[in-house]
Design a protein around this ligand. Sequence first.
Ligand SMILES: Nc1ncnc2c1ncn2[C@@H]1O[C@H](CSCC[C@H]([NH3+])C(=O)O)[C@@H](O)[C@H]1O
Length: 373
Amino acid sequence: MAAAGGGGEDPVEVQKKANLAMMELSNMIAVPMSLHAVVRLNVPAAIWQSGTNSPLSAAEILPLLRPPPPPSTDPGNLQRLLRLLASHGVFTEHLSPSGVRRFSLTPVGQTLVSAASSNGGGEDGPSYAAYVLQHHQDALVRAWPRLHEAVLDPAGPEPFARANGGTPAYAYYGGDGEANELMQRAMWGVSKPFMDAFLNGHAAAFAGVRTVVDVGGSSGDCLRAIMQRVPTVQRGVNFDLPEVVAKAPKYPGMTHVGGDMFKAIPAGDAIFMKWVLMTWTDEECMLILKNCYKALPEKGKVIACEPVLPEETDNSQRTRALLENDIFVMTIYRVQGRGRTEEEFRQIGLSVGFSNFKAFYSDHFYTILEFQK
Ligand SMILES: Nc1ncnc2c1ncn2[C@@H]1O[C@H](CSCC[C@H]([NH3+])C(=O)O)[C@@H](O)[C@H]1O
């Protein structure tokens, strides 16, 4: 119904849509929590079955769960989760004429299965499933109801530390074997497909480089991918916190070095750093980049892969994913750690002495930033 005089939308209709939009926003927590539940129950792998991806009903999925519930279990609740996630593009719903709902994995859902898409490596190999579990473990979830405290006390501890007896997230992972292992799996699950594409398009960045240092390299898998792909890189130094490198697997040509990037970074011809800077304040980023500068030869480069915020706010999926990540950092890692714009990264790089800065937008989430000495 058109509004009187002016062709705008009927105000009653505008109000109804606003009510609906707010109802959706208020209950949106159901989406990541349902995602967490299906990953925890191993639903994606049960449907995928080595690439079959045949549509299955909730009743057919139940006995395939790990561990399976008793045979008499009502499949109704699983179907409710599957329907919600189908409406968010994780599953495709196939409705039979008799009313049976079956579900297969969309390309989005397939990111949760290692054997799907480019991830490879068997059903327990790298995938986004570990990232979903990492982000929704109790210690992290506990931080979210305290987000407003970051607004009231911007110089204070992050909600994660407030909710976990004062312990910051990296110290928490380091002190808990399971959380440490999950963090490493989560990072590699997301980084693997990015690294494949990055090395397809950007391996030339390592031309003439013999030693690469990966700062905050976690399990060392990103560095291993670089070493496998760029034959001139003969030595790799995987640099991370001592508790992290203690658990990292050994690879030929790679040395694991435990330390603190705020104190010193091992020397190399080039420094790779992925998903590190966003976690820290401007001053901390300057300190990290200054230590990189010291560790590099003349003309040496830092190749950093970071989420870079757009200047303008819109409702695109990319902007939302980047802004959601920005709030995640505020909540879990550092109240003043944050996503930055390209210009902010340029200024931080120039301020610590790098003479040249370039940004490359080939991925939708990470931007490749090169700081040249
Ligand atoms: N002070 C520090 N010194 C060195 N590494 C750190 C420090 N604080 C955090 N980290 C590491 O920084 C990493 C950030 S997560 C990113 C992991 C990896 N580069 C990837 O993209 O897949 C974690 O592995 C942390 O343990």
